[in-house]
Design a protein around this ligand. Structure first.
Ligand SMILES: Nc1ncnc2c1ncn2[C@@H]1O[C@H](COP(=O)(O)OP(=O)(O)OP(=O)(O)O)[C@@H](O)[C@H]1O
Ligand SMILES: [Mg+2]
Length: 344
């Protein structure tokens, strides 16, 4: 341990499309929506995280809210960095830091990110005082966070359904031997719901309302054993322009999501058909591990299980596994060197 190492904090970051989580001293210290609100004229940042999220859809023309990581990629590096900077600042406020500390940081990134983007993420982190930056792919971190022993010579399949991307990965011996990053996940589900409500009920709803419907009655199948009740949904009548309310059932939502879920299923089947037979034999036994916020959609495990004829497991706290796994890697760097992304 170097003399100044006591000034170096270890932090793990899951820079997600929808949520950013940061651990500090082994605990999740920040769990915030990945949103930033900016004054368009002055460029000044008004809010990040929960405060910015509450402004969504209700702001005037001078203030705009951004998801800097829209659709699984870092759409706006400058704003991502600013958002992360404010969240990390909150972290040092929380820990009452007297000194400006440097960080040893691990960041979980989507599989589909390019080398140029990886470099940009690392540079961003260095500008935020990170002395050392490690990168790990999201599904690898998810597997470790879920308690899977990824270093064993045994195949495992992970499906992480986030907000922007669904990451499908087959892992063995600490590496991803096959995988896909599909841009169909929670955000697309919300769009599907909005489109359905618009077309079938002539009702224009906002993003927050679509998300609310998904959480309250969202389902991947229309044969749930204990189905949620129909719910009232308010928005703007497309024909009259007046505020209106309609009732929506979970079966309607299952119908509206069917096409997107089928596309994810096709990618899963495609990945399964391209792995070595020994790994197929392993996965026949180990099954599929389903995680990410999107895995909370009712009946999704059943649907995947039906189409793949494999057991599908859902873990606890699916929104936290990526950051927890990243943190475990950072704590045991010697053990986990092979799982890190080495891009330089
Ligand atoms: N109960 C629920 N039912 C269905 N979807 C949910 C539920 N709770 C959260 N979600 C969805 O999960 C998604 C967020 O999951 P998560 O935090 O894993 O994504 P992320 O890591 O930010 O995104 P990505 O991994 O794509 O970068 C959102 O689209 C959210 O709507
Ligand atoms: Mg994620």
């Amino acid at each position: 341990m170097g003399f100044f190492d006591f000034l170096t904090e270890k932090i793990a970051v899951d820079l997600g499309t929808t949520n950013t989580l940061i651990t500090h001293k082994g605990k999740i210290a920040i769990d915030a929506p990945s949103i930033i609100a900016v004054n368009r004229i002055s460029g000044k940042i008004i809010a990040v995280g929960k405060e910015a999220s509450a402004m969504r859809g209700k702001i005037h023309k001078n203030i705009k809210t951004f998801y800097p990581l829209r659709n699984g990629v870092i759409a706006n590096f400058d704003l991502s960095e600013k958002m992360l900077k404010i969240l990390i600042k909150k972290l040092s406020d929380l820990s009452n830091a007297i000194f400006i500390k440097s960080y040893k940081m691990i960041i979980a990134i989507p599989c589909g990110i390019t080398k140029v983007e990886m470099r940009a993420v690392k540079e961003s982190a260095r500008r935020l005082n990170a002395k050392k930056v490690y990168l790990i792919s999201e599904p690898m971190a998810a597997a470790i966070g879920a308690g899977i022993d990824v270093l064993q010579p045994k195949g495992h399949m992970i499906i992480d359904i986030g907000g922007g991307t669904t990451e499908i990965a087959v892992i063995t011996l600490g590496g991803i031997i096959s995988g896909q990053s599909v841009k169909i996940a929670g955000n697309v589900f919300n769009d599907d719901i909005s489109q359905y409500v618009r077309e079938k009920h002539n009702l224009h709803i906002g993003e927050n309302t679509a998300e609310d419907i998904k959480i309250k009655i969202g389902s991947a199948i229309d044969t749930l054993v204990s189905p949620p009740e129909k719910i009232p949904v308010q928005g703007r009548d497309m024909l009259t322009g007046k505020p209106k309310q309609v009732y929506i059932t979970y079966k309607e939502i299952a119908r509206s999501l069917d096409k997107s879920i089928s596309q994810i299923e096709n990618s899963v089947l495609d990945t399964l058909s391209n792995i070595p037979p020994e790994i197929s034999a392993d996965i026949y036994k180990t099954g599929i591990f389903l995680t990410g916020g999107g895995s909370l959609l009712r009946g999704l495990d059943k649907r995947f299980s039906r189409v793949t004829e494999l057991p599908v497991y859902k873990g606890e706290k699916p929104l936290e596994v990526v950051v927890k796994g990243s943190e475990m890697v950072l704590k045991n760097l010697n053990k986990y060197t092979s799982v890190l992304i080495h891009n330089d």
